[in-house]
Design a protein around this ligand. Structure first.
Ligand code: SAM
Length: 330
């Protein structure tokens, strides 16, 4: 994975509390809660009657969305819960929420976890960011008799489509030169405010007009809320600062613009990494064959279809590793 993408996730989790920078609408669909609720209930992980100290690992956990479902079923004290993610900040948030959960900062492509050492491995829209090989490699971590439960991005699914639209819209925003144009204009606008000459301000503000029109076209084409409303917010904020310039500080506007530009770049990268992470039909078939080869019985291995979307939300997997199968110890 490119370092810049790791930086983009780190930046996301640093700000996730404040602005939910890239909330993808499908990821909180009730079908997802139902999937985990059923899985953890059937596996009896959160139950008082559960076997002692089951080791449960969530790979690319973020702030622990999967464990929320697990802990909703019981106090979680019966299991040794571990979250793994690239992002320190995501794991910091996990620690703040559940001090007993361990956090490991690691790339999903090279997990520092021993083979056959985990009772239950889970991942939700996570491990596939490290590549399909990383998804297959999870099979090795599961001990004989253990389970693997996954929700993976589906190429052509509803979440994929949203990420793809966001990505294309964000690329168009970047290409429009809207933020760069604002960065060029504001210093001259502040100069005019301080009594300086107008010609450079007039030139730069005029050359920003086509970018404003492109922003309006992007919102009309992809919807006003495209990319979690970031496009609309940039458009409105820059217009607001321009119209109310005396109320703003020159340095603060400069810092804000630079930060907005960096965030736009990160957001675009995250959307692109989601597009690349999504598995197509053929990759999912290969994954199923690999899991069978590792000695897993596939209880669920299908697209997660929901009534309110014509496309599936995800690929879903619930698989159990045979107790005594030579290939299970591959
Ligand atoms: C879409 S978020 C999902 C987070 C969480 N599983 C959830 O459902 O809310 C993807 C997560 O994968 C993490 N991530 C991305 N690439 C990764 C990699 N190569 N290895 C480990 N984690 C990664 C990101 O930091 C982020 O937390």
């Amino acid at each position: 994975m490119r370092t810049s993408t790791a930086a983009s996730w780190q930046s996301y989790w640093q700000q996730a509390d404040e602005k939910k920078a890239c909330k993808i609408s499908g990821t909180d669909h009730p079908a997802i809660s139902q999937f985990w609720h059923k899985f953890f209930s059937d596996a009896r992980v959160g139950a008082k009657s559960a076997p002692d100290n089951l080791r449960v690992v969530d790979v690319a956990s973020g702030r622990g969305a999967v464990f929320e479902h697990l802990f909703a079923l019981g106090d979680g004290a019966c299991c040794d819960a571990v979250c793994v993610d690239l992002s320190h900040d995501a794991l910091g948030a996990v620690r703040d929420r559940w001090p007993a959960v361990s956090g490991i900062v690691a790339n999903g492509a090279a997990l520092p976890i021993a083979e056959h050492s985990v009772d239950i491995v889970v991942s939700q829209f996570g491990v596939e960011y490290a590549g399909v090989d990383a998804v297959v490699a999870l099979c090795k971590l599961v001990r004989p008799g253990g389970q693997l439960a996954l929700l993976l991005h589906h190429r052509g699914g509803a979440i994929f489509k949203e990420c793809d639209d966001n990505y294309v819209a964000l690329c168009e925003v970047q290409k429009s030169g809207f933020l760069q144009g604002a960065m060029n204009m504001f210093p001259h606008a502040f100069n005019v405010l301080a009594g300086g000459e107008r010609s450079e301000y007039e030139r730069t503000s005029k050359s920003l007009i086509p970018a404003f029109r492109i922003m309006e076209r992007i919102m009309a084409q992809y919807g006003r809320n495209v990319a979690s409303g970031v496009v609309r917010k940039l458009y409105l904020d820059i217009d607001h600062i321009h119209t109310n310039l005396p109320a703003f500080d020159r340095q603060e506007v400069d810092v804000w613009l630079r930060q907005a530009s960096r965030e736009l770049q990160y957001y675009t990268e995250r959307m692109n990494s989601m597009r690349h992470a999504a598995l197509d039909d053929q990759q999912f078939e290969v994954l199923k064959a690999e899991m069978a080869d590792f000695g897993f019985e596939l209880h669920v291995a299908d697209a997660l279809a929901v009534a309110d979307h014509s496309a599936p939300l995800a690929w879903s997997v619930i698989a159990e590793k045979a107790q005594n199968n030579g290939r299970g110890c591959r």
